[in-house]
Ligand binder design. Structure first.
Ligand code: NCD
Length: 349
């Protein structure tokens, strides 16, 4: 692994190594305090973030590395119309690794094609969020003892929730898991996640009641309805407030249930629920920092390699208006089996 764009890029051996390193760092963080001294990390956040950005910054500083970056696209040259490619080539001159969050689907893959330093996807629009998945897996593996044989419910905005897409794709690689997808008809998982589930052979069902299934679950992954991805306020309001985890619903759940949430949470989990010991989302955010330390510790020492990506001049690659190829017209048209490799949507026939 050189860049982390999708959890798929890690073999299960690499996952084990990363997880074991995370545990070692958690046991003795002081032993790693200077391990990345002299290195510099660039955090390019074109979308709002609290946990991901601050935990990456904390992770870098706790390894003895330093951080530069921006947390608002309006304060970067993107506001002047600079291409993603130029921004990456420039920033890579200054830093040893880049962490990027961008609203365009496929932006991290696109950026990695021009990056001589390791590049980490911290969220590309409604597509993927692999480092949240690392945090989720570390929480489950540590507290449940394994990543296999769980009944996992995912509830809320399964269409636009990038953490859901990455987590489903990742957990379906570990045997014996069953998925219960809880959403409205409008907010079901996209086709590329469905294809990954089907290819893995994992069992899954789709339902529209949390109450009806909560008693069956070992893990419940709640998510926020992603307001910023809706075409209008009215469209958002039709979907908001439908799935709410409150004490009466939790009473129907197993004592061994683990409730996760990538956060931020709004009204989908009521405040009284936070003190229930089954709720592990604050711990999950803490695992997130330690596993990001392990990731930076692994990627920061890699040597620079200047990619030789050619520039294209083309009309379109795919017809997804949120795909990076709709904005950055010079990108190579990467496709496979009728799908766009940037955003994973089906290509027009
Ligand atoms: C998530 C994200 O940005 O996708 N937040 C996070 O990174 N933990 C979830 C969300 O915004 O709902």
């Amino acid at each position: 692994m050189r860049h982390l764009i999708d959890f798929d890029q890690l073999s299960l051996e690499e996952w084990d190594k990363l997880y074991n390193l995370t545990r070692a760092i958690m046991r003795d963080p002081g032993a790693y305090a200077d391990s990345c001294k002299g290195k510099l990390v660039g955090t390019l956040f074109y979308e709002p973030s609290t946990r991901t950005q601050l935990s990456f910054q904390a992770a870098a500083l706790r390894l003895g590395a330093q951080v530069i970056g921006f947390s608002d696209a309006a304060s970067s040259s993107a506001a002047k119309g600079e291409s993603l490619r130029d921004t990456i080539k420039i920033v890579a001159n200054y830093v040893d690794a880049i962490v990027i969050r961008n609203p365009m689907e496929g932006a991290a893959l696109a950026a990695s094609l021009y990056s001589p330093v390791p590049l980490i996807n911290a969220g590309d629009g409604a597509h993927l969020h692999p480092t949240q998945t690392l945090a989720d897996l570390a929480t489950i593996q540590t507290e449940k003892g394994s990543l296999n044989n769980h009944v996992v419910g995912l509830c809320g905005d399964l269409k636009n929730g990038r953490t859901v897409h990455s987590l489903l794709k990742a957990l379906s690689r570990f045997g014996g898991n069953t998925f219960v997808l809880i959403s409205t008809d409008t907010l079901k998982i996209p086709d590329y996640v469905r294809r990954a589930l089907e290819a893995s052979g994992a069992r899954y069902t789709e339902v529209n009641s949390l109450e009806a299934v909560i008693g069956d679950l070992d893990i419940l992954y709640m998510t926020r309805i992603q307001k910023e991805r809706f075409p209008s306020e009215e469209a958002y309001k039709r979907e908001a407030g439908i799935f709410i985890l409150d004490p009466p619903k939790l009473q129907l759940a197993k004592q061994s249930l683990m409730v996760l949430h990538p956060l931020p949470k709004l009204d989908e989990i009521t405040d009284e629920v936070d003190i229930d010991p089954r709720c592990r989302y604050f711990a999950q955010a803490e695992y997130g920092m330690y596993i990001r330390m392990a990731l930076l510790h692994t990627l920061l020492p890699l040597k620079r390699e200047v990619p030789k990506t050619e520039l294209f001049d083309r009309e379109t690659v795919c017809d997804n208006p949120r795909c990076v190829t709709a904005f950055e017209r010079y990108l190579p048209p990467l496709t496979q089996d009728g799908t766009c490799l940037y955003c994973q949507k089906d290509l027009p026939h």
